[in-house]
Design a binder for this molecule. Structure first.
Ligand code: NDP
Ligand code: MG
Length: 388
C-alpha cells in the first residue's frame, strides 16, 4: 500500500490521479489533498478519500469547513502546501499544482525524502538545476507525469548503458497547426481552448496552441534527461499516438505509443515500476495514419525561444515562464490577442536579460520581475490591444 499526497487535487491531473487511486483501493491510500480555492470540489474529495490532511493555498475561514469534514487536519496558505509536500507521512507526493508555486513544493518533498511524481512543469523550467541536484543527493529520481517525458523515461528503460543521441519530443501542433500566422495572431479565447486531442486545464491548453507548452517541455527534458537543447527535436505529430521517442547512435528509435489519456502516465508514476489498469482504452492500430512534421519557429516563436533561453542560462527560462503566464492570463481575459502572447514574452525577455538563478530566492525574484514587466507592457496597450 502506497501513501500518496496530492498537491492540486482539484485540477485536471489531480482529479485523474484520484480516479486511478479509486480504482485501486488496495494499492493507494490518499493521505493529503490541496487545492487553491475550489471549495466544493475539495470538500467532496475529502469526504470520499478521507485524507489525514487537507488545505487551501488561498486561505478560507476555518468555520466554513463542513462539520463532517473536521476529522481531518485543515491547513491554509503556504503551510498547507508545505505540510502536504513534507510533513504528512507519504511515500509519494504528486505535485500537480500549476505555476511556479510547484518549485518550492518539489524542493520540500525531495528534502523530506519523498518520491516526487512531477506533473508541474514550472518546477523544472525555473529551477531544474536545483531540483535535479537535490533529487540526486536524495537518491530518489523524479518520476515524470508529463506524457512526453513519461514516454522518454519509459524508452530509456531499454537504453542500458547507452546514452541517446537525440530525444524526439512529440507535439500535436494544437488547434492552429494548419492556420496562417496572421489568422492565428487574431485567434479568440474559444478557438485557443479547443485542443484537438487532449483534455487539460485552461493555461496548458492555451500553451499548447502557442507551443509555449512545447518550449516548457524542452526545458523540462533538458533537466530530466540531462540533454542539451540542440539534441531535443520537436516532432509535430497531430494524432498524438506516439508520445515521444529516443534515438540512439546506431539509428534505432524507440518510442512509446498509446491513446492520448493522461491517466496512463499518471498511473505509471503512481505504481512505478508496475503497470496498472487506469481506465484508458486500448490503442487500436488498424486504420491508424500517423504523420510527422517539422515545427515552424517563425509561426511559433516559442520553439526558438526555448533553445535561446536554455543557452542564455541564468534565469532566462524563469523569465520566459513568468511572462508567458501573465500573457496567457491577459489573453484569457481578452486583454491581448493570441499573437500578443509571444510578443509580450519576447519583449520581457529582451528587457530582463542576465538575471541569476543560483537560489530559490533568485528565481522567485526573477519571476516577480518578469511578471511585473509583462503586466506593465500589457497595460500600455491601447484598447487592451498589445502592439509593442
Ligand atoms: P489545473 O488548472 O486543472 O489544476 C491546477 C491545480 O492546482 C488545482 O487543484 C488548483 O486548485 C491548484 N492550484 C492552482 N494554482 C495554484 C497555486 N498558485 N498554488 C497552489 N495550488 C494551485 O491544472 P492541470 O491539472 O492542467 O496542470 C497541473 C500541472 O501539470 C501544470 O503545471 C501543467 O503544466 C502540468 N501538466 C498538465 C497536463 C494536463 O493534461 N492537464 C499534462 C502535463 C502536465 P483550484 O482548483 O482550487 O484552482
Ligand atoms: Mg506534455
Amino acid at each position: 500500500m502506497k501513501k500518496i499526497s496530492i498537491l492540486g487535487s482539484t485540477g485536471s491531473i489531480g482529479t485523474q490521479a484520484l480516479e486511478v487511486a479509486q480504482m485501486h483501493p488496495d494499492r493507494f491510500r490518499v493521505v493529503a489533498l490541496t487545492a487553491r480555492q475550489s471549495r466544493e470540489r475539495l470538500f467532496e474529495q475529502v469526504r470520499q478519500f478521507r485524507p489525514e490532511m487537507a488545505g487551501f493555498s488561498e486561505p478560507i475561514p476555518t468555520e466554513e469547513i463542513p462539520e463532517d469534514l473536521r476529522f481531518c487536519r485543515w491547513l491554509m496558505g503556504p503551510e498547507a502546501l508545505h505540510a502536504a509536500a513534507a510533513e504528512v507521512e507519504a511515500d509519494q507526493v504528486l505535485v500537480s499544482i500549476v505555476g511556479i508555486a510547484g518549485l518550492r513544493s518539489v524542493m520540500d518533498a525531495i528534502g523530506a525524502g519523498r518520491q516526487v511524481l512531477l506533473a508541474n512543469k514550472e518546477a523544472l523550467v525555473t529551477g531544474g538545476h536545483l531540483v535535479m541536484k537535490a533529487a540526486e543527493q536524495a537518491g530518489r529520481p523524479i518520476l515524470p507525469v508529463d506524457s512526453e517525458h513519461s514516454a522518454i523515461f519509459q524508452c530509456l528503460q531499454a537504453a542500458g548503458p547507452n546514452r541517446p543521441v537525440r530525444l524526439w519530443l512529440t507535439a500535436s501542433g494544437g488547434p492552429f497547426r494548419t492556420w496562417k500566422k496572421e489568422d492565428m495572431d487574431r485567434a479568440t479565447r474559444e478557438q485557443a481552448l479547443k485542443h484537438p486531442n487532449w483534455s487539460m486545464g485552461a493555461k496548458i491548453t492555451v500553451d499548447s496552441a502557442s507551443m509555449f507548452n512545447k518550449a516548457l517541455e524542452i526545458m523540462e527534458a533538458r533537466w530530466l534527461f540531462d540533454m542539451p537543447p540542440e539534441r531535443i527535436r520537436v516532432v509535430i505529430h497531430p494524432q498524438s499516438v506516439l508520445h515521444s521517442a529516443v534515438e540512439f547512435e546506431d539509428g534505432a528509435v524507440l518510442g512509446q505509443m498509446g491513446v492520448p489519456d493522461m491517466r496512463v502516465p499518471i498511473a505509471l508514476s503512481m505504481a512505478w515500476p508496475e503497470r496498472i489498469a487506469n481506465g484508458s482504452r486500448p490503442l487500436n492500430p488498424f486504420g491508424m495514419n500517423l504523420t510527422f512534421e517539422e515545427g515552424d519557429p517563425v509561426k511559433f516563436p516559442a520553439l526558438r525561444l526555448a533553445g535561446e533561453c536554455l543557452r542564455a542560462g541564468g534565469a532566462a527560462c524563469t523569465v520566459l515562464n513568468g511572462a508567458n503566464e501573465v500573457a496567457v492570463a491577459a489573453f484569457l481575459e481578452n486583454r491581448i490577442p493570441f499573437g500578443g502572447i509571444s510578443r509580450v514574452v519576447e519583449a520581457v525577455l529582451e528587457k530582463t536579460a542576465g538575471l541569476r538563478a543560483d537560489s530559490l530566492g533568485d528565481i522567485f525574484e526573477a519571476d516577480g520581475l518578469a511578471r511585473a514587466r509583462a503586466w506593465e507592457m500589457i497595460g500600455k496597450g491601447t484598447n487592451g490591444w498589445f502592439c509593442p
